[in-house]
Design a binder for this molecule. Structure first.
Ligand code: NAD
Ligand code: TDX
Length: 323
């Protein structure tokens, strides 16, 4: 079995590939453009079951060639940072929408067995109360989440219209090792480890549901191996925290005080709360997050403490405006 995985030089995709290789995986080809968010340091390039191809998911010729040699596809590649989508949405529409459509067209041409599209809980928009089930109306708020909602719906339309076996996952906020130091947990941890301050948006009352990246990867694998065509599966973490509560935990973990926190201007259009109902994945696929958040967060902070060589160059690139 040949598995094509897009975006696996990034945070979640690389973790997913690692998990499959450790389990004696099928043959895997990774297609990744290596944008600022992707690094070859995330991949075990010398593994005999892994082939890496640098390229853009919008490159129809390259995509056609790779999909022709694949049986299944798991699609992680995306522009993934909300703040960047507020500064400029071009790459978000081009990669997340047009790139996904390019992959779907190739999948259709070559009769791929299955196509797992990794979407996000942000497509439901802010959830005031309760949790969003898979049938909930999509109400994305940011250019990022709107581009993800678009690609999510286009993927499902290829099932409805053409009968392509498309499965969509919508997960909550991931955390863990190898996350680019622009997302809140690695940004705050690396700033604190560097002796700096942390920028908390607004009052810090926005709520996120935290999901360990390994739990997410297991969820994606359950969807690939046991999921049904045309279905959407929410993948939740089960730990809802305000950003203020999260900041308190990160300060404790890094041995720092509240005087390191700068309350800064709020993110434009900032969604107050995300929450997904993941009972469908639990009941149908046996999904359940296994990581305790306190332990997972402590291990994540320890990983950043011990792996400066991984994140320092990435952070310096951002600071110099090269990312
Ligand atoms: P990431 O930003 O860490 O990695 C994205 C990867 O995609 C990078 O390696 C980048 O080089 C690659 N890429 C970007 N544009 C490309 C293109 N045009 N062609 C080929 N490769 C390209 O992202 P992540 O956090 O690992 O997220 C992976 C997926 O999961 C995304 O689809 C994201 O929307 C989704 N998701 C992420 C989270 C989260 O908390 N991080 C939560 C829900 C959903
Ligand atoms: O400097 C910061 N200060 C701050 O208060 C940053 C970067 C973030 N925040 C807040 C904004 C959010 O309420 O922290 C929360 C989390 O922010 P991000 O890490 O940027 O994640 P979020 O916007 O919630 O989106 C993430 O989860 C869903 C991923 O980046 C998306 O790819 C995924 O779809």
């Amino acid at each position: 079995m040949n598995l094509l995985v897009t975006g696996a030089a990034g945070f979640i995709g690389s973790r997913y590939v690692r998990m499959l290789l450790a389990a004696g995986a099928p043959q895997i080809t990774v297609l990744d453009k290596l944008t600022y968010a992707g690094t070859l340091d995330n991949l075990e390039l010398d593994h005999p079951a892994l082939e890496f191809v640098q390229g853009d998911i919008r490159d129809a010729e390259l995509v056609d060639k790779l999909v022709a040699g694949a049986d299944q596809l798991v699609h992680f590649a995306a522009e993934s940072h909300v703040d960047r989508s507020i500064l400029g949405a071009d790459d978000f529409v081009l990669t997340n929408v047009v790139g996904t459509q390019t992959l779907l067209d190739a999948a259709l041409r070559h009769g791929l067995e299955s196509f797992v599209h990794v979407s996000t809980d942000e497509v439901y928009g802010s959830i005031a109360e309760g949790s969003a089930g898979e049938e909930r109306l999509l109400r994305p708020s940011s250019p990022y989440s709107a581009s993800k909602a678009s690609s999510d719906l286009i993927a499902l339309s290829y099932h409805h219209t053409h009968g392509l076996d498309v499965r969509v996952t919508r997960c909550s906020n991931n955390y863990g090792p190898h996350q680019f130091p622009e997302k809140v947990i690695p940004l705050f941890v690396t700033n604190l480890l560097d002796g700096g301050n942390v920028p908390l948006y607004g009052e810090g009352l926005n709520v996120r549901d935290w999901l360990h990246v390994d739990d997410h990867c297991r969820g994606v694998e359950l969807v690939r191996t046991r999921g049904r065509a045309g279905e959407v599966y929410n993948i939740g973490g089960g730990t809802e925290l305000t950003n203020k509560e999260l900041t308190g935990l990160l300060l404790d973990a890094c041995g720092a005080d509240w005087d390191r926190v700068r309350q800064v201007e709020d993110r434009k259009g900032h969604d107050l709360r995300y929450s997904v109902d993941w009972s469908k994945a639990r009941d149908e696929l046996g999904y359940r997050p296994a990581h305790d958040f306190t332990t997972g967060l402590a291990e994540t902070v320890a990983w950043y403490r011990e792996n400066r060589a991984w994140w320092e160059p990435l952070k310096r690139r951002v600071e110099r405006g090269h990312a």
